[in-house]
Design a protein around this ligand. Structure first.
Ligand code: NAI
Length: 462
């Protein structure tokens, strides 16, 4: 048994970042983690391994689609799947070891095992009970399936199974055109799998700016993904080899059954809080399974905090990280704060898709007068040079004050470009402020400036 200032349950991006900040602020800190390696879902079976596979298959796509045009000739590149999976695992291992190093450097104790909270101020790991002035729940989320669908991680898989398939399937049905479905669907489509995405709604990527979603769907269709929209999956029957997916088309209630070697269920995630003992403790929960917290991340029990996917808000690693740092500051007696109106979202396909702030649909709904500055990458020399001129930058600004309200980018490096707008929004900048900043030529960033110019007197290259 040991005594700590803070014990954090879970070493994902929320938990490990919070632990490092707690230690930096002088708090004696421990993290409970039952996985063999640190980093949680994101590092072990989520964001990071999927980015490795997206990177490898992006290059494959480039070889097949664009190399000849650039005068790069040669024998055909083939895929060694086992080697690609090794590369992915090496990337994961490097990062998880990196966190172990950071824990040692910052004097964060790793309590290995699965933890529970038997009483306020206590955390049980194995047979040992440790005490802490404050406890933070950062246990993340798990894939949520559908009624009539049983996941076996072989034929019917979640994103976890999609990272370790024994072979590249010939066909795959992806249920859900959200972030996971499209990222992993892209990976397999580029590897030659016939990918069909079945989505309940009439558009892909719910919540995304409608114009971006439409362009995104067109680009992905060109890349070989097939979409069935307005279709509710009813059941999946897994056989000895492959599975049958039955969906109902919402427009006429007709039922369709399709075969696939593998079915990826990507219909969202739910908070993972099982086994913590929250019910016995009397922790207040929200109807959708999240832990209820106040605006200081504290639950209804004093000294018990929760952050990340286990509470409300977007289920994003960087949102959890920000909350992790903020809660550390609060526990150390400082002022932790997260600006929820400036949290970027990125989909790491090719092209990337990124957004921050309000969508046009949201602004219409609130009745706020706004203006749109749009610039196509077709007018950006750098994007054209690398065959990535399909997308655009769309900036939304207040009609009266010119203050930037949101940005939506589909195009090369969108996930990095968006941060320029995030900084501008944090500082309450106007579109003109952005437009007046000198941007290096030739860069993709010029497209952001051009979109800002388009909010005023007009873009130059459009
Ligand atoms: P999601 O919430 O993004 O998308 C789920 C999709 O499934 C929705 O479009 C929904 O309409 C559809 N759906 C639900 N029931 C259906 C049914 N019966 N038939 C057909 N379609 C149905 O969930 P996803 O992609 O599983 O991702 C989970 C979480 O992980 C998200 O919160 C996401 O933000 C996060 N994530 C973020 C990443 C990133 O930031 N790049 C990468 C991967 C995950």
């Amino acid at each position: 048994m040991a005594e700590f200032d803070v014990i954090i349950l879970g070493a994902g991006p929320g938990g490990y970042v919070s632990a490092i900040r707690c230690a930096q602020l002088g708090l004696k800190t421990a993290v409970v983690e039952g996985r063999e390696t640190l980093g949680g879902t994101c590092l072990n079976v989520g964001c990071i391994p999927s980015k490795a596979l997206l990177n490898a298959t992006h290059h494959l796509h480039e070889v097949h689609e664009n190399f000849e045009q650039m005068g790069l000739m040669g024998s055909k590149t083939t895929v060694d799947w086992a080697k690609m999976l090794d590369y992915k695992q090496d990337v994961v291992n490097g990062n998880t070891k990196g966190i172990e190093f950071l824990f040692k450097k910052n004097n964060v104790t790793w309590l290995k095992g699965w933890g529970s909270i038997p009483a306020s101020g206590q955390v049980k790991v194995g047979d040992e009970v440790h005490t802490a002035k404050n406890i933070v729940i950062a246990t993340g989320s798990e894939a949520s399936s559908l009624p009539g669908v049983t996941v076996d991680e072989k034929t019917v898989i979640t994103s976890t199974g999609a990272l370790t398939l024994p072979a590249i399937p010939k066909s795959m049905v992806v249920i859900g055109a959200g972030v996971i479905g499209l990222e992993m669907g892209s990976v397999y489509a580029r590897l030659g799998t016939a990918v069909t995405v079945v989505e309940y709604l009439d558009a892909i990527t719910p919540g995304m700016d409608g114009e971006v979603a439409k362009t995104f769907q067109k680009i992905l269709t060109k890349q070989g993904l097939k979409f069935v929209l307005g279709a509710a999956v009813q059941k999946v029957d897994a056989g000895k080899k492959g599975a049958k997916v039955t969906y109902k088309l919402r427009k006429d209630d007709s039922e369709v059954t399709v075969d696939a070697d593998v079915v990826l269920v990507a219909t969202g995630r739910k908070p993972y809080t099982a086994g913590l003992g929250l019910e016995a403790l009397g922790v207040e929960m929200l109807p959708r399974g999240q832990i209820k917290t106040d605006d200081h991340f504290q639950t209804n029990i004093k000294g018990l905090y929760a952050i990340g996917d286990a509470i409300t808000g977007p289920m994003l690693a960087h949102k959890a990280e920000d909350e992790g740092m903020a809660v550390a500051e609060i526990m150390a007696g400082k002022h932790g704060h997260v600006n929820y109106s400036v949290i970027p979202g990125v989909i790491y396909t090719s092209p990337e898709v990124a957004s921050v702030g309000a969508t046009e649909e949201q602004l219409k709904e609130t009745g706020r007068a706004y203006k749109v500055g749009k610039f196509p990458f077709m007018g950006n020399a750098r994007a054209k040079a690398v065959f990535q001129a399909d997308g655009f930058v769309k900036l939304l600004a207040d009609a009266a004050t010119d203050r930037i309200l949101g940005a939506h980018i589909i195009g090369p490096g969108a996930g990095d470009l968006i941060h320029e707008v995030c900084v501008a929004m944090e500082f309450g900048a106007s579109a003109q402020d952005l437009a007046l900043i000198c941007h290096a030529h030739p860069t993709y960033s010029e497209a952001v400036r051009e979109a800002a110019l388009a909010c005023g007197d007009g873009a130059i290259h459009a």
